[in-house]
Design a protein around this ligand. Sequence first.
Ligand SMILES: [Zn+2]
Length: 190
Amino acid sequence: MNNFREQNPSKREIDKVVSKYQNHKSDLKIDFNNRCGYCDDHATWRSSFYEIDHFVPKQYLSGKEITDYGNLVYSCRYCNNSKRAKWPTGDKNNPNDGKAGFEKPWTSDYSNIFRRDDKGRIVSDSDLGNWMIKNLNLGLKRHSIIWQLDKLKSVVEQIKTHYESKESIDPKIEFLLEYIKLNEMLRDNI
Ligand SMILES: [Zn+2]
């Protein structure tokens, strides 16, 4: 696996019949590790609640297919709004023709299409990857910023662990730890 994301979503086979596709949201959140299936942004850094994308757009589906868990993707607003009903093959059984269209975002094939440059920007060496970057707007600056924040977060965790075990610490560090704690509370509880 390349460096596009640390973990692939592990999508369970859920055949529970639901009246609304939105009823699958909590399971999608778990299976997609609380990240957008397309850009891998963690919901921690969201500026709005995450949404549910129909991988094969609704207009190609009928009846129970609309609520079929297997076709749903946990998605940020940016990717969902960019994808909309795009489906260039016009065939619900064929997501792409090798050059245009989509790859299923919960697969390792999807991860392998992309990689990150040194600033965390999503890049690809394939036609299909570049088609998706353009059509999902994966070049948005927020995606590389969030990738960098994810990396910094693990360093902050180490700093926190280091100082939390100390009996007396510099008041400036205490302020920093408090700042981090309050930010985390805000992010985790809304
Ligand atoms: Zn996204």
